[in-house]
Write a new protein. Sequence first.
Length: 347
Amino acid sequence: MTERYETDVIIIGAGPCGLFAVFELGLLDLKCHLVDILDKPGGQCAELYPEKPIYDIPALPIVSGQELTDRLMEQIAPFEPTFHFGQMAEKIQKLDNGKWELTTDIGTVLEAPVIVIAAGGGSFMPKKPPIPELESYEGESVFYAVRKMDAFRDHDLVIAGGGDSALDWCLNLQPIAKSVTLVHRRDDFRAAPDSVLKMRKLVEDGKMGLVIGNITGVDGDGTQVDALQVKTKEQGELELKCSRFLAFYGLTMKLGPVAEFGLNLHENLIPVDTEKFETSERGIFAIGDINHYPGKLKLILSGFHEAALMAQEAFRIIHPDKKLRFQYTTSSSDLQKKLGVAEGKAA
């Protein structure tokens, strides 16, 4: 039997921007349902780097992707959003009553006057190294992201790549791994200069290895890696013993079904205005990394700003006959009551 829901706002994507949109919409008494292909909230933050530090969230000098997700979930708890995890927003259509209908890939149907696309860059998939027979090892001893650092404790670890992810995880995992060796095709790195300096110091001190070359093969029993074959310019063919292999060759962005929604697109991004972050379709908004406008910065804090302005216009669409009264959470007893912090209830 098809599950069908009606709500005020459908949010596609439960990453930081989608979660904060729940907060801004909730302050205006707008109820939200969220659809996400992942099995938990947090989007890329929780899926790709849950334990990696983030340094540019206002008032939080350092916060992990998972902690940021947890704090956002705590912040939106008073508004009781409904989540539809493990589902992809597959198609949308305009109904005769003027509302939007969204159907997921497993047949869930949602109806609302407003849709907010907060899907990051779409569906991100790791670029996999062109190594024969690698697929059978994936998820067992070959990984493209770090979910739990402890899974790599006391392992001989090879990390491949030359960007921030590869360097960051060399530095973060080196203290707990049995050994760490970084493999990159050239002795030049795209990562932050400070990370490169720290990595080179660890190599100089004999605390990790660095091999310049290309990984060409894998040895093991089909699930457990024993060694990697590396072709180098100076030393020829090498065999690197390892029990865990982390490959950071970048990500491929796939917009997925969003590309079939009938919206105007610009290089796989969704153009919006900068007043309300509405798309080419009335009632459909796009916030966060998936949108495009002049001067756009792909920062979480930018998405938070976009969510706040989007919510104001969403209210006008949903309640065209009501007057929108702007209030501050610091001084409005009405908003504080919604948040459960009125009358001395704040912790």
